[in-house]
Design a protein around this ligand. Sequence first.
Ligand code: SF4
Length: 212
Amino acid sequence: MIKINEIFFSIQGESSYVGYPTVFVRTTGCNLRCTYCDTTYAYYSGTMMSREDILAEVAKHPAKYVCVTGGEPLFQKEVFELLRDLCDRGYKVSLETSGSIDCGDVDARVKKIIDVKTPDSGEVSSFAEGNLRFADANTEFKFVICSEEDFTWAENFSRTKNLFETTNVLYSPAFRRVDENWLAKKILSESSSARLQLQLHKYIWSPHSRGV
Ligand code: SF4
């Protein structure tokens, strides 16, 4: 059984799957408390569901893409099996995770979007360093940038860990804390190899705002 906050159909707002009609499976619970979190409603509320019931709910929607998000999905052990079930049924599956829990048991077919929490998130020490071994073409490392200091920190982290050469690095401006144009110019002026990511779901109609 997995505690589920919500399952809904919308447009993917992030990652290389941005723009695709996607079923979102939002799990309940998170081990972090980021300063910019916009899914605080997912910390506790939800309904216990079997994997079969979750899969049946997902199947009600005409989507090939499923995004498992939170909260922190890996906070609940059975989510690893849910990810495998979704892949077995032929869905393209992405996982949005805070980076604080090791992804070693995540099915290899899943596209992992792994956050690296910056200093201004309030959770900078949360990153599970072992997740760096997944720095490859099927993984995306996401930094939510809250300030100039965060930008500098993210650049240092990415360069030190060789992320720009091995994987996809996304910089996302913290919504209403950082100007998108400032971040765009900063990426160019600093010759960063990061990709600017605007959270599309913040700008278009969506049944729900989303966090992680
Ligand atoms: S932003 Fe994501 S990782 Fe951070 S507290 Fe909210 S749900 Fe948890």
